[in-house]
Design a protein around this ligand. Structure first.
Ligand SMILES: [Zn+2]
Length: 401
C-alpha cells in the first residue's frame, strides 16, 4: 500500500498527529507504517528523516518497493505493548534542525548545479548529501576554488534575493512548457522544484520555501574526479559551523605566527623567505664542514680505505664528506650516531672495484642492521652500540671486489 507523502506539499510541518496503520519491518528492522506521513524517506541522494512517533524513536525512514514508507524504530524491538497500537492516532515530531539542514543543502545543490551549468557549461553527473559532507560531481575538469568564487557569490546573492522556491506536481500540459535542467525520471507523477527565475528541475526531495532559508553557501574544495571535478560544499547551519571552524584555525595560525589574520599571507611569505635563506646558509656551512672533515680523514696512504664515525652528522653532511673523499680506488665508509641507530654510507672512488651495496648488505646482516645499494653508493642503518669500524673491517677482509 502506497503511503501518502505530505512532506511534498509542506516541508515545514514538523509536528502533528498521525494514524498508525501497521507494524512492519524493513531490512529486518521493525517499523511503523502511517496512513500518511510528513517524514521524508531516504531517496534521491537525500537521507531519511529522524524523529519520534508515539514515543518511539525513529532513526531512519525508508521506502519499500510498493511505495510504503517505513519509519524505522531505533535499537532493539520494544515490547509489542510499547509500540503505538495499530489504529491509534499518536503525536509525531521530526528532527527539525536536521531536516532544515537537508532542505538548505538540497536547495543549495540545485542552485549550484544551475550556476555551474550557466557559468562553466558543467553538467551535474551526481550529488550526495551526506550526514557530514556534501559533494557534487560535474563532467568538466579543471575547475578550482578560485575559478568558482563567482559561482559561490552568485548563490549567496540568490539567498539574499529571497526568491520563492515552488515545489509542485505539474500537469502534462504544464510540464511541456517547463524548461527543465535535466530530463525527468520515468515515473507516473513528476515533481518539479522551481527556484523562481533561476532553476527548474525534477526532484522529489525536501527544499526550503524561500532561498533566504538556505542562510549561507560555502564552497570547501574542488578537485579532479573521474575526468571531471568533485565539488564539496556546505549550506545552512552546517556552512556556518564549518566557516567558524575554519576561522578558528586561521586565528590560531595567526596567533602562532604573531600577526593579525589579514597579515597571514605576508607572514607566510616571510617565513618561506627565511627558510630558503636558512637552507642556503646551511648548504654553505655543510660544504665548509665537508672540506674540513675530508681533510682530517684523508689517509697518508692515498689508496687506504677510510672508515670513520662523524659525530652529530646528518645524512647530507655524510654525503658531502664522502663525495670529497671518494677518489681513485679508495673505499669510504662513514657513520653517524642518531636516535634511531647508526646511519651509514658506503662509497668508493671512480676507479675502485669494491661493490659498496653488496658489502653494506653483508655488514648490515652480520650486526642485525639493514642497508644496501649500488656498486658505487649505498646507505643503511646499524643498531646502536655496533662497533662500526670492526664490523666494516671484518666485512672488507672477507669481501671480494
Ligand atoms: Zn532537490
Amino acid at each position: 500500500m502506497t503511503t501518502r507523502r505530505l512532506h511534498y506539499d509542506d516541508p515545514l510541518m514538523l509536528r502533528g498527529e498521525a494514524e498508525v496503520v501497521a507494524h512492519g519491518t524493513f531490512d529486518g528492522q521493525p517499523s511503523l507504517v502511517l496512513e500518511e506521513t510528513y517524514f521524508y524517506p531516504e531517496s534521491g541522494g537525500q537521507l531519511g528523516d529522524r524523529g519520534s512517533i508515539g514515543g518511539a524513536a525513529i532513526d531512519d525512514v525508508r521506502l519499500d518497493r510498493d511505495g510504503q514508507v517505513h519509519h524505522l524504530i531505533r535499537g532493539d524491538l520494544p515490547e509489542p505493548a510499547r509500540l503505538p497500537e495499530v489504529g491509534s492516532v499518536v503525536p509525531f515530531a521530526i528532527d527539525g534542525p536536521r531536516r532544515r539542514e537537508f532542505m538548505a543543502l538540497h536547495t543549495a545543490q540545485h542552485c549550484l548545479s544551475r550556476a555551474l551549468l550557466d557559468a562553466h557549461d558543467a553538467v551535474t553527473v551526481s550529488s550526495r548529501l551526506g550526514s557530514s559532507g556534501c559533494t557534487l560531481d560535474v563532467d568538466r575538469s579543471g575547475l578550482d576554488l578560485r575559478g568558482l568564487a563567482e559561482t559561490e557569490d552568485r548563490i549567496n546573492a540568490l539567498i539574499d534575493e529571497d526568491r520563492p522556491v515552488h515545489q509542485f506536481f505539474p500537469t502534462d500540459q504544464e510540464l511541456a512548457t517547463l524548461s527543465l535542467r535535466k530530463p525527468p525520471p520515468r515515473t507516473d507523477r513528476i515533481r518539479v522544484v522551481d527556484v523562481e527565475g533561476f532553476d527548474v528541475t525534477p526532484c522529489g526531495g525536501t527544499h526550503v520555501t524561500h532561498t533566504s532559508q538556505i542562510g549561507l553557501f560555502y564552497l570547501r574544495s574542488a578537485e579532479r574526479h573521474k575526468g571531471g571535478t568533485r565539488i564539496t560544499f556546505d549550506a545552512g547551519p552546517r556552512a556556518r559551523r564549518q566557516l567558524l571552524e575554519d576561522r578558528s584555525a586561521v586565528l590560531e595560525i595567526a596567533a602562532r605566527l604573531k600577526c593579525a589574520p589579514e597579515e597571514l599571507r605576508d607572514a607566510v611569505d616571510r617565513q618561506a623567505a627565511r627558510l630558503a635563506a636558512a637552507r642556503t646558509s646551511i648548504g654553505a656551512l655543510r660544504a665548509a664542514l665537508g672540506d674540513l672533515w675530508a681533510a682530517r680523514l684523508t689517509p697518508a696512504d692515498g689508496a687506504a680505505p677510510v672508515i670513520a664515525t662523524v659525530p652529530n652528522a646528518d645524512p647530507e653532511l655524510l654525503e658531502a664528506i664522502a663525495s670529497r673523499l671518494a677518489c681513485g680506488t679508495r673505499f669510504v665508509a662513514l657513520a653517524a650516531e642518531g636516535p634511531e641507530g647508526i646511519a651509514v654510507l658506503f662509497t668508493r672512488g671512480p676507479d675502485g672495484e669494491m661493490h659498496a651495496g653488496a658489502l653494506l648488505k653483508k655488514v648490515a646482516a652480520s650486526v642485525g642492521g639493514r642497508g644496501g645499494g649500488r656498486p658505487g653508493h649505498a646507505r643503511g642503518r646499524l643498531p646502536t652500540g655496533t662497533d662500526f669500524k670492526a664490523a666494516v673491517e671484518a666485512g672488507l677482509q672477507t669481501a671480494s671486489p
